[in-house]
Design a protein around this ligand. Structure first.
Ligand code: ZN
Length: 213
């Protein structure tokens, strides 16, 4: 499926250690926001942002492609069956600007939904990666140094719960993407950084790279 998604639904504060590192409370229900399809950019194009808007943080996230429409679905098995493929993505965040928006009580889109703020790697069929949705592992290295380690066992709300919750609010159309939130270790990107993301698969690991332009 190569068509553009109608939207990318993102989950904030889905790992407790990441909520804590930014001084946020651990949420009692998922924190949701949306990136428009215009936020998408390929990893090959490299990471850029307008420095006038302050720093830009990386957030490496397990990302799900929904292949079957989900509307107000309450069955955890059904929402998991709707996932057609998985990959890793970067939820790029203008953190200085987000902090300013949060303080003013304003929406986050300027900091989270700008052009190029969603970089997705290649889709991998679910069957090649997933044995157990509660045991999916991935990493992000920058300049050959480990920065983030993700493990869906550590999610505050497991993936089925997240998709059930999302589908109560937003219909997920076929092709839509869900970014499942970032583990601890986020920080500001620097010019020239080389990023390597690795998703643990059944037979092999999947490795993708990008860089800060
Ligand atoms: Zn995120």
């Amino acid at each position: 499926m190569s068509t553009r998604p109608s939207k990318i639904v993102c989950v904030g504060r889905s790992y407790a250690d990441h909520a804590k590192e930014l001084g946020n409370a651990v949420p009692d229900r998922p924190v949701l926001f949306i990136k428009p399809p215009s936020a998408l950019r390929s990893l090959d194009a490299g990471i850029t942002w307008n420095p006038a808007w302050g720093n830009c943080h990386y957030e490496c996230e397990l990302s799900l492609r929904i292949d079957r429409t989900l509307t107000q679905e309450s069955d955890p098995a059904k929402v998991l069956e709707a996932i057609g493929a998985v990959t890793l993505g970067l939820d790029l965040t203008l953190r200085d600007l987000q902090d300013e928006l949060k303080k003013k009580g304003q929406p986050w889109e300027r900091a989270k939904a700008f052009d190029g703020s969603c970089m997705l790697a290649d889709w991998v069929p679910v069957a090649d990666v997933i044995t157990d949705w509660k045991d999916v592992q991935y990493t992000l290295d920058i300049n050959n140094e480990r920065r983030q380690t993700g493990d869906t066992a550590l999610l505050i709300f497991d993936l089925a719960t997240l998709l059930v919750e999302i589908s109560q609010v937003f219909t997920l159309d076929a092709g839509d993407v869900v970014m499942t939130g970032t583990p601890a270790g986020v920080a500001a990107l620097q010019f020239g950084d080389r990023l390597n993301m690795t998703l643990k698969g059944k037979e092999k690991d999947y490795l993708w790279s990008t860089f800060v332009k």
